[in-house]
Design a protein around this ligand. Structure first.
Ligand code: ADP
Ligand code: 5GP
Length: 208
C-alpha cells in the first residue's frame, strides 16, 4: 500500500530559508545507502526521502527503509496522478521514482532532504530544482572492489550482472556533479560526506 506521507517532518527542524535537496548518485553497490545510514545519525534535521520502487525487498530492508516498496499497479497509478518528479526503469526493469509532493513540501517549508538516484534521475531533478539541488557523486576505489561489494551483498548473479552493466553509464556522468567522493575507507568517506553536507547547509541562502 502507498503511504500517505513519505516523510514526517518535525517543526523544530525548519530552517529560515527554503529547503535543500541533496542527491547522492553512483553505481549500485558503491555504498550510497551505507554512507547515508552513517551520516544521517550525525546530521540534525536532514531527512532521508525514500524513493518508491517495485523491486523486491532485500534481507535487512523494510518498508520505507530504504524504499517505499509498492506494486507495479500502484506505481503506474502514481505516474498517472503526477506523483513523481521523475521515474525510471532500472536494472531488471523495476520502477524507481521520486515523490514530488514530498520535495515540494520540504523546499517550501524549509526542510532539508537527501535521497539517492541514478544519474538520469539526478539530471531531471537538477533541471526541475536548479537552485535547491546539491548533487554528490560517490565513486568506488576500483571496479574490482565494486564487484566484490555487489557479490557480498546479493547472492543472485543475475542481479549483479544487471548492476555491473550500468556502471559505465553512471561513471560517465560524474563530472556533472557538485561534489565527488571516493568511498574507500568507510569511516573517512562518511566523515567527508557529512562535512560536505554541513558546509553547504551553513553557506546557502535561499529566501523563503
Ligand atoms: P548502494 O546503496 O550504493 O547500492 P550499499 O550501501 O548497499 O550500496 O553497499 C553495498 C555493499 O558494500 C554493502 O554490503 C555494504 O556493506 C558494502 N560497503 C559499503 N561501503 C563500503 C566500504 N567503504 N568498504 C567496504 N564495503 C562497503
Ligand atoms: P538498487 O537499490 O536496486 O541496487 O539500485 C537502484 C538504483 O536506482 C540505484 O542506482 C539508485 O541510486 C537508483 N534509484 C533509487 N531511487 C531512485 C529514484 O527515485 N529515481 C531514480 N531515477 N533512480 C533511483
Amino acid at each position: 500500500m502507498v503511504p500517505e506521507v513519505f516523510i514526517n517532518f518535525r517543526p523544530e527542524d525548519r530552517r529560515d530559508r527554503e529547503g535543500l535537496f541533496f542527491v547522492l548518485s553512483g553505481p549500485s553497490g558503491v555504498g550510497k545507502n551505507t554512507l547515508l545510514g552513517i551520516v544521517l545519525g550525525g546530521l540534525q534535521g536532514v531527512y532521508y526521502m525514500p524513493s518508491a520502487t517495485t523491486r523486491a525487498m532485500r534481507p535487512g530492508e523494510s518498508q520505507m527503509h530504504p524504499y517505499v516498496f509498492i506494486t507495479t499497479e500502484e506505481f503506474e497509478d502514481m505516474i498517472e496522478r503526477g506523483q513523481f518528479l521523475e521515474w525510471k526503469r532500472i536494472h531488471t526493469n523495476d520502477y524507481y521514482g521520486t515523490h514530488l509532493p514530498s520535495i515540494k513540501y520540504a523546499i517550501r517549508h524549509g526542510y532539508d532532504i537527501i535521497t539517492d538516484m541514478d544519474v538520469l534521475g539526478c539530471a531531471d531533478a537538477t533541471a526541475a530544482f536548479p537552485k535547491h539541488i546539491c548533487s554528490i557523486f560517490i565513486t568506488p576505489p576500483s571496479l574490482d572492489e565494486l564487484s566484490t561489494r555487489l557479490y557480498n551483498r546479493d547472492a543472485d548473479p543475475g542481479n549483479i550482472e544487471k548492476r555491473l552493466e550500468r556502471v559505465e553509464l553512471e561513471m560517465a556522468h560524474k563530472d556533472r556533479y557538485d561534489f565527488t567522493l571516493v568511498n574507500d575507507n568507510l569511516e573517512q568517506s562518511a566523515r567527508e560526506l557529512q562535512r560536505i553536507i554541513e558546509q553547504v547547509r551553513n553557506r546557502v541562502t535561499l529566501k523563503r
